[in-house]
Design a protein around this ligand. Structure first.
Ligand SMILES: [Zn+2]
Length: 203
């Protein structure tokens, strides 16, 4: 926006950074930046500290790849969960969606994406070996593949099924019902609950 050029450089720079957030356009970025200017200094310092430390404070679970506060995520560390049932998802936010649905009491495995050959994302870029090792260890009875119901998600599910072939684990795939092409990270909880409860066995 050319009218934003009348702002001091510090505001212009903040607006430019905020605009890089998903769903934030020029006008919203401008409103957010102006609101921050009105904030008390201690709240601004807190925001600065939180963003500055974010990457150091958020780690990845060494067992499942989910977001964690330290070495292990809260779900893997929770003895009340069913550790013999693992739900395989693409990204950590999907864990949050499934948790909100209240439809699953097992543990997770986060792949860190799905196979996207056109973008150069092959199996070696996914957190797959650790999943195979978890299953080889014999502690997992069922693996529910909850990758997206689009072409890449289905190809990823099929690839995982091939990798796990011959291992002593019951494989299932979440039911259709999530709109094809939907981003699983943002599927709503009710849809997710249905998709998990109506899962079907994979060969
Ligand atoms: Zn974990």
């Amino acid at each position: 926006m050319s009218d934003q050029l009348t702002y001091p450089v510090a505001l212009q720079e903040l607006i430019a950074v905020l605009k890089q957030l998903p769903g934030i356009g020029s006008r919203t970025a401008e409103r957010l930046a102006l609101a921050m200017l009105e904030w008390p200094a201690d709240r601004l310092s807190a925001l600065s500290r939180l963003t500055g430390d974010l990457k150091q404070r958020v780690s990845y679970c060494r067992t499942c790849g989910n977001f964690a506060d330290g070495d292990e995520c809260r779900l893997c560390a929770n003895p009340m969960r069913r550790h013999d049932t693992v739900c395989v998802v693409e990204y950590p936010p999907q864990v949050a969606v499934i948790e909100r649905s209240g439809s699953f009491d097992g543990v997770y495995h986060v792949l860190g994406g799905r196979l996207m050959p056109l973008e150069g994302r092959g199996p070696e870029q996914l957190n797959l070996r650790p999943l195979v090792r978890r299953i080889e260890s014999g502690d997992i009875r069922e693996a529910i593949i909850a990758t997206s119901p689009d072409v890449e998600g289905e190809a990823t599910a099929a690839y995982i099924a091939r990798e796990l072939k011959g291992l002593d684990v019951k494989l299932s795939r979440i039911a259709a019902g999530i709109p094809v092409g939907a981003d699983m990270a943002f599927a709503d909880s009710a849809t997710m609950a249905m998709a998990i409860s109506a899962r079907r066995p994979m060969e």
